[in-house]
Design a protein around this ligand. Structure first.
Ligand code: HPA
Length: 300
C-alpha cells in the first residue's frame, strides 16, 4: 500500500486512528512557517472544492507549497491545490489553505485536521471553512449557499472521531463540548451581509453531515441522511471544525450546494466531480464577496 504522507514523529507515517503529531511537532511546524513570512495570521481560511479563488484576493501574499513544509501532508485531489497563502484580506492578517486533506484520500482523521492545530499555534483565533456539498433538504437547489448552523459527525458517531486517542491538554480538553461549534455571531453576520449583497434567494442556514466518501450517496443513503435531519452532505469540514473547537478557535462554516442528492430511483442524476467544480466556479465570486466583507466587519 502506498502511504500518502509522513506525519509527526512516526517515520513510517502512522495511518492509525491516533495522532502521531506531538505538541512539539506542531509547534516546530508552526515556527518553521512563521520564519518564512512576515505575516502573523489571526484568521485561518480553508478553501473547499472549486473555492480556492479566495486566495487570489489575498494581498501582499507569501505562498508556501505543502511539499515544502516538512511533515505536512500533500493533497491528491484535482481542484485542490496544495499550498498555504499568508497575507492580508480586508485589512486582516490571514493564512489560507488552498487545498485541504480528506479522509477518502487515505488520510486518518487526525492528519486531515492537523493544519488547524498548526494554525492555532501560529496565533489563529478564528477559522473560516468552506466546502462543496450535496443538497439533502428538498427545498434546496444547486447554487445555494448554506451557512453551517450545526453538523452531524457521522464518522465520529461510528467511532472515527478526529479526537480519538490520548489527549494532550495543551491542545484542548479531553471531552470538549460541541453544542456551539459554529459561532452564532458570525452566522448572523453572514446572513446579514448575504442579504445586503442580494443573495437572499439562495442563502440558507442548515445542518451539514459528513460522510467518509469518496462515493456519492445512493438513493437509499440520501433518504437516510434526510431522516437524520441533515440539509447538506459532504466529505470534509467536520474534523477541522472539531479540532478548532477543541483548541478554542471560533469557527464559521459555509457550504456551496453544488448538486442535489437523488431521492427517487426514477429521477436519479449521477453527481460528478466536474459538476461540483463548475458550480464552485459559478459562485466563487459571490463567496469571495461574502467572505471578504465578513472579514472586514467581524470583531477579532
Ligand atoms: N455528497 C457528498 N459530497 C459532495 C456532494 C454530495 O452529493 N456534492 C459535493 N460534495
Amino acid at each position: 500500500m502506498s502511504v500518502p504522507a509522513v506525519g509527526g514523529t512516526d517515520p513510517e507515517g502512522s495511518q492509525g486512528l491516533t495522532s502521531s503529531y506531538t505538541y512539539e511537532d506542531i509547534e516546530r511546524i508552526a515556527q518553521a512557517l512563521l520564519a518564512r513570512t512576515k505575516h502573523r495570521p489571526v484568521l485561518g481560511i480553508i478553501c473547499g472544492s472549486g473555492l480556492g479563488g479566495l486566495a487570489d484576493i489575498v494581498e501582499d501574499s507569501d505562498t508556501i507549497p505543502y511539499s515544502e513544509i516538512k511533515d505536512f501532508p500533500v493533497s491528491t485531489v484535482p481542484g485542490h491545490m496544495g499550498y498555504l497563502v499568508f497575507g492580508m484580506l480586508s485589512g486582516k492578517s490571514v493564512v489560507l489553505m488552498r487545498g485541504r486533506f480528506h479522509y477518502y484520500e487515505g488520510y486518518p482523521m487526525w492528519k486531515v485536521a492537523m493544519p488547524v492545530r498548526v494554525m492555532k499555534q501560529m496565533g489563529v483565533k478564528t477559522l473560516f471553512v468552506t466546502n462543496a456539498a450535496g443538497g439533502v433538504n428538498p427545498n434546496y437547489k444547486a447554487g445555494d449557499m448554506m451557512i453551517i448552523k450545526d453538523h452531524i459527525d457521522l464518522p465520529g458517531l461510528t467511532g472515527e472521531c478526529v479526537l480519538i486517542g490520548k489527549n494532550d491538554e495543551r491542545f484542548g480538553p479531553r471531552f470538549p463540548a460541541t453544542v456551539d461549534i459554529y459561532d452564532s455571531k458570525l452566522r448572523a453576520l453572514a446572513a446579514e451581509i448575504g442579504k445586503e449583497l442580494g443573495y437572499g434567494d439562495y442563502m440558507r442556514e442548515g445542518t451539514y453531515i459528513m460522510i467518509g466518501g469518496p462515493t456519492f450517496e445512493t438513493v437509499a443513503e440520501s433518504r437516510l441522511l434526510r431522516l437524520f435531519g441533515a440539509d447538506a452532505v459532504g466529505m470534509s469540514t467536520v474534523p477541522e471544525a472539531v479540532v478548532a473547537k477543541h483548541g478554542g478557535i471560533r469557527t464559521f462554516g459555509i457550504s456551496l450546494i453544488t448538486d442535489m442528492c437523488s431521492f427517487e430511483y426514477e429521477e436519479t442524476q449521477a453527481t460528478t466531480h466536474e459538476e461540483v467544480l463548475a458550480m464552485g466556479e459559478m459562485r466563487a465570486k459571490d463567496m469571495q464577496k461574502l467572505v471578504s466583507l465578513m472579514v472586514e466587519r467581524m470583531e477579532l
